[in-house]
Design a protein around this ligand. Structure first.
Ligand code: AMP
Ligand code: ZN
Ligand code: FE
Ligand code: FE
Length: 285
């Protein structure tokens, strides 16, 4: 069992990179990828912890891309997290996030939720501040009864306190990952909101022509028929398959490291395929 989609305190997860690695080791995982939102800040710690614990850790990232209707995330595996150009591009995304948070809080205060940026920063501890931290403060202060209610009433796209932020176009996110030596993978295709499988198929073909190399087939929130569809799309278009829980710690209820929801089971063979593809991709450049 492996987990190729996790978050740490470098973004909006609850465990530090080292704690995440040690949790994965305790659970008996054979490999773990750390894929924080728009940051590689946790990777040095995660890689070192993996080495010490004797656990294979894949350096990763999850880049948010522009998708007006809903959510589009591109995972990047084996990115060179010391690449200067890549780090610069991530700074653009981090700045956008930092500008957005005070605006969300202002909207929330206007809606009667008396919370401050300081409280939200304290919740984030050291890393990037994101909406799950805001949700957590709303919960602690009794404005909502669950983190999900915070998203549904206030924070999700289109909700009362939602604020847009700058994102790169999907093909830009893909090419920046490729330029940093990484393998770009379409995360949780079920969040794209495609009307039917033909629409998703066409999108995947388009993204593959922009350099997309894989698709996240196994995921906590994929229904069995979705998993089958994504597996079929991956096979037909010769894309790599990946899978993971999207573990954030207790911020997101019911998602366990490794097993996700509904007994997610991701085989180690996917890591072998990623490594093989990485060698081939390197050979081309
Ligand atoms: P941000 O990075 O601030 O845009 O927040 C992104 C994170 O918020 C995602 O990784 C999810 O954990 C969470 N999130 C986004 N939309 C929702 C939603 N509709 N319901 C619950 N959690 C969400
Ligand atoms: Zn997150
Ligand atoms: Fe995501
Ligand atoms: Fe994620």
């Amino acid at each position: 069992m492996i987990d190729l989609h996790t978050h740490s305190t470098a973004s909006d997860g609850q465990l530090s990179p080292a704690a995440l690695v040690s949790c994965a080791k305790k659970k008996g995982l054979e490999a773990l990828a750390l894929t924080d939102h728009d940051t590689v800040e946790g990777l040095v710690e995660a890689m070192a912890a993996g080495e010490q614990a004797g656990l294979e850790v894949l350096p990763g990232i999850e880049v948010s891309a522009d998708w007006p209707e809903s959510t589009l995330h591109i995972l990047g595996y084996y990115v060179d997290y010391t690449d200067g150009r890549f780090l610069e591009q991530l700074t653009v995304l981090q700045d956008a996030r930092n500008r957005r948070n005070p605006e969300i809080i202002k909207k929330l205060r206007g809606l009667g939720c008396d919370i401050t940026l300081e409280e939200v920063r304290a919740e984030a501890i050291t890393g990037q501040v994101g909406r799950p931290h805001i949700a957590q403060v709303l919960l602690q202060k009794g404005f909502v009864k669950s983190s999900q209610e915070a998203f549904d009433r206030f924070l999700k796209k289109g909700a009362a306190a939602y604020v847009e932020k700058f994102r790169f176009q999907p093909r830009e996110a893909i090419s920046m990952i490729r330029a940093a030596g990484g393998i770009p993978v379409l995360a949780h295709p079920n969040t794209l909101g495609c009307r039917n499988s033909a629409q998703l198929d066409a999108f995947v073909v388009d993204m593959k022509s922009s350099g997309l190399m894989g698709i996240e087939v196994f995921y906590s929130e994929h229904a069995p028929h979705e998993t089958r569809l994504y597996q079929d799309i991956a096979r037909r278009h010769r894309l790599l398959m990946t899978g993971g829980s999207d573990f954030h710690g207790a911020y997101i209820k019911g998602i366990e490291l490794g097993t996700g929801k509904n007994n997610l089971a991701v085989p180690y063979s996917l890591v072998a395929d990623l490594k093989q593809a990485r060698l081939q991709a390197d050979g081309r450049s």
